[in-house]
Design a protein around this ligand. Structure first.
Ligand code: C5P
Length: 207
């Protein structure tokens, strides 16, 4: 069983997907962390092709994120890495390498996979596809609280990333056909998890 959760930054994907995976006893796949790892490598080696870095990178996902054996769990959350991640994510070669790794991971077992293109590209066959959204202001407020940053600055940076993610040529951010749209603006994490868990139960009983 695979639950695909896509949507823009700050819609609550990571928090909801992680809690949902725990609730269902599935494994959580944070695909954004993989793009962030490649971004970190690219910031350290700006002259190397991002696609080559993506192919070579040894990324281990779990409680901690390991990149070539180094714990980068905190480093990949820095604002400059967020920015660089959305740039390397526009590279078709980077996407091909990471999508292949993601497909290999989800080939066996039960997963909650989260990102921008899980339902559209990585796993269009997912039994349940959810597109999480929230108002731009709400998304910026959440991220500002997480980062301890100014909400107005986060809102401006978010608009740039949204623009890049939705208009890029390769795998632009969009709801997959058949995806359930869920606006988390007025919902608590527990309420969002509960709704998706109910959808997952219904999907697995008809699968
Ligand atoms: O979800 P997160 O903010 O960690 O993702 C970082 C960046 O990686 C996003 O802004 C997006 O550009 C990119 N990404 C992507 N496809 C995914 C996951 C993330 O393009 N499946």
């Amino acid at each position: 069983m695979l639950v695909a959760i896509d949507g823009p930054a700050g819609a609550g994907k990571s928090t909801v997907a992680r809690a949902l995976a725990q609730r269902l006893g599935y494994t959580y796949l944070d695909s954004g962390a993989m793009y962030r790892c490649v971004a970190l490598l690219s910031l350290d080696a700006p002259n190397d092709r991002p696609a080559a870095l993506a192919q070579k990178a040894r990324i281990e996902l779990g409680e901690r994120i390991l990149l070539d054996g180094r714990d980068v769990s905190e480093a990949i959350r820095a604002p400059e890495v967020s920015e660089a991640a959305s740039r390397v994510a526009a590279d078709a070669g980077v996407r091909a390498a990471l999508v292949a790794s993601q497909r290999a991971l989800i080939a066996a077992g039960d997963w909650v996979a989260e990102g921008r293109d899980i339902g559209t590209v990585v796993a269009p066959e997912a039994e349940l596809k959810v597109f999480l959204t929230a108002s731009p202001e709400q998304r910026a407020r959440r991220r500002a609280a997480e980062l301890g940053a100014d909400p107005q600055t986060v809102l401006a940076e978010q608009a740039l990333r949204d623009e890049r993610d939705t208009t890029r040529e390769h795998s632009p951010l969009a709801a997959a056909p058949g995806a359930v749209l869920l606006d988390t603006s007025g919902l608590t994490v527990a309420e969002a998890v509960e709704r998706i868990a109910a959808l997952a139960r219904a999907a697995s009983s008809t699968a």
